[in-house]
Ligand binder design. Structure first.
Ligand code: AMP
Length: 195
């Protein structure tokens, strides 16, 4: 990956349906690269756990499998990317998820004279996603991994987030990775991709 950005990098976005393993892989790759993995889902779950005003606002939405509104997410992400540790690169996991969020991210990056280096699309067949999420729900007890919500989250991904693949492909920054493999194999592919 070429990185001519004098302000560091890389700046990476992970795209992938729920259950694709993007959280696991984003965290791992970020650690290897020495940059923060920024998971908007984790940030929102932390807000819920802390009982903050934001948490109270998003809790029901998250439990239903729907998306939190773009303006709220813009605030969350703008604030997070302003932190010092994100100035020299980051991996965004779970943002952007809509065309408007992609515009917002573009605006934030443009304002700082930065750019996205890479968008990674993790591909996993739907049947595998459903069974992974179902077992995660049993193990971790995530409210939005209940069976009745899983299909809704996949539907939202297909309808609203998947079109971003096309956008980033057209921008020349997209790389697709087969996520239907063991964690270490996928991690090795990702490591090669950013090398
Ligand atoms: P995740 O852990 O990334 O699957 O996110 C869990 C839930 O948090 C999602 O189903 C949404 O309700 C909410 N969420 C996380 N990131 C976003 C985002 N970028 N836009 C809207 N909602 C989000």
């Amino acid at each position: 990956m070429a990185d001519a950005d004098p302000r560091g990098g890389p700046r990476i976005v992970f795209l992938g349906p729920p259950g694709s393993g993007k959280g696991t892989q984003a965290a791992r790759l970020a650690e290897e690269l020495g940059i923060p993995a920024i998971s908007t889902g984790d940030m929102l779950r932390a807000a819920v756990a802390a009982g903050s005003e934001l948490g109270a606002r998003v809790e029901g939405i998250m439990e239903s499998g729907a998306l939190v509104d773009d303006d709220t997410m813009a605030e969350v992400v703008r604030e997070r990317l302003r932190q010092a540790d994100a100035r020299c690169g980051f991996i965004l996991d779970g943002y952007p998820r809509t065309a408007r969020q992609a515009e917002t991210l573009q605006g934030i990056l443009d304002a700082g004279g930065d750019r996205l280096d890479l968008v990674i699309s993790l591909r996993v067949p739907e049947q595998e996603l459903v069974s992974r999420m179902a077992s995660r729900g049993e193990v971790e007890g995530r409210a939005d991994d209940r069976a009745e919500v899983i299909r809704e989250r996949l539907r939202v991904y297909e309808g609203t987030t998947a079109p971003l693949v096309e956008r980033y492909s057209a921008a020349g920054v997209l790389r697709e990775v087969d996520g239907d493999r063991g964690i270490d194999e996928v991690a090795a592919s990702l490591r090669e991709l950013v090398a």
